[in-house]
Unconditional design. Structure first.
Length: 82
């Protein structure tokens, strides 16, 4: 009893890499800024995962969180017809 294996032809799949913006309203989740264990560094979190390190002090932490919230929840731009 002889078995033969069928070999599928190899297909090349090309998936375009993308990095969605934290400001994209379609992006589900909640980004925020928190302090890091190192001095003068802040961490941007998204869905409880650290995403990026940002230089900053504790005084800038509250203002960066407020700015991130304002930018994510602003009204969308209006289309102007001329």
């Amino acid at each position: 009893m002889e078995t033969t294996l069928r070999i599928r032809p190899r297909r090349n799949f090309c998936v375009a890499p993308s990095r969605p913006s934290l400001l994209d309203p379609r992006l589900r989740g909640d980004p925020w800024v928190a302090r890091c264990t190192h001095p003068d560094l802040l961490v941007i979190y998204y869905n409880n995962q650290p995403v990026h390190l940002v230089p900053g002090t504790l005084l800038e932490l509250a203002s960066l969180n407020s700015l991130l919230f304002q930018m994510r929840n602003r009204y969308p731009r209006q289309i102007v017809y001329s």
